[in-house]
Write a protein of this length. Structure first.
Length: 318
């Protein structure tokens, strides 16, 4: 073997030792600081996450993390980069995985810390319940571009296999998407979308059935701080006993006006509404169909000049 080949092999072995033996321990210090920074940044924005009992080792670490609305903490394993062979090959600063199993629900939590100070959080929850309107599982994705200064984030929450209160009725998925950005005035502006997919509603004897591929509201914009102020103002506006009672007309009007104010503020000229493949059927167990119909509807606001005060909706029927 030539001298050059021996030197090349020695360099490769040295680099491998640095990457797989030395760097994970050094990165472990950085990972703990990054997680502390991420949790503190989320806490300042009202997301109550706690991390305790952090145990740092050379190739991996462990900690207990408590998520919002969770009665128990997840014991998580944190694998250090630069190259992670945990559930496949991953190039990242660190990956975090933990699971919680209880009688009512199971939760899997995964977090990836990138070299560019980004973070991706994926939470999957399986719910063991037959109660109406309770989903079988919930999947949440949160992407944070910069954990040191969180001024932008995106989130998707998908609730799957929802049993409705009516027998033989269900909703395949309810999906909420949120994209938030912090403005120059330090307030958050959120663009949201809501899609309901795979809806079926039937009477107990199935003489009437409604099915729907999807219905959605898209590009809705709101300011969380403004909504909180509107809700507070509505509560303070109640002056008579009837306005405090939601069973009275006066009490219902307070919240109806609040809902109208919030809804009108959320709809912009880029907002849209869609109904895809809505079908109605009537008959005895759908064998002798007496009536059947289907239609698609897309409702959107056209792009208009900024000085236009009145928005004229455009409706497409098919």
């Amino acid at each position: 073997m030539s001298k050059t080949a021996k030197i090349s092999i020695s360099v490769i072995v040295l680099l491998a030792l640095i990457v797989f033996a030395v760097l994970p321990g050094v990165i472990g210090y950085t990972v703990q600081n990054r997680l502390d920074t991420l949790i503190k940044s989320l806490n300042r924005r009202g997301v109550a996450i706690k991390m305790t009992n952090y145990q740092r080792h050379w190739f991996s670490s462990s900690a207990d993390i408590t998520l919002p609305f969770s009665p128990v903490s997840n014991n998580v394993r944190i694998a250090h980069g630069p190259i992670i062979f945990d559930k496949g090959l991953t190039l990242a600063l660190a990956t975090l995985h933990g699971s919680t199993k209880m009688e009512a629900f199971n939760n899997d939590l995964n977090l990836t810390l990138g070299y560019d100070q980004s973070a991706r959080i994926i939470s999957q929850t399986t719910i063991n319940s037959t109660r109406p309107f309770m989903p079988k599982n919930i999947e949440t994705h949160i992407d944070i571009p910069k954990i040191h200064h969180i001024n932008k984030l995106s989130a998707t929450v998908a609730m799957n296999h929802i049993n409705l209160k009516i027998k033989n009725s269900h909703l395949q998925q309810a999906k909420l998407t949120l994209n938030g950005i912090q403005t120059e005035k330090k307030t958050w502006r959120v663009t949201a979308g809501l899609t309901l997919s795979g809806l079926k509603v039937s009477t107990p004897n199935e003489k009437f059935t409604l099915t729907l591929d999807s219905i959605g509201l898209h590009q809705l914009r709101f300011y969380p701080k403004q909504i909180v102020m509107d809700v507070f103002a509505a509560k303070m506006s109640r002056q008579t006993p009837d306005q405090y009672n939601t069973r009275t007309r006066a009490g219902q009007d307070v919240y109806l006006n609040l809902a109208k104010k919030i809804a009108s503020a959320m709809i912009t000229k880029n907002s849209s509404f869609n109904v895809d493949n809505l079908q109605l059927a009537s008959g005895d167990n759908n064998e002798d169909v007496k009536a059947h119909g289907s239609f698609n509807l897309h409702f959107s606001w056209p792009t208009l000049p900024d000085n236009t005060q009145k928005l004229n909706p455009v409706i497409y029927l098919s």
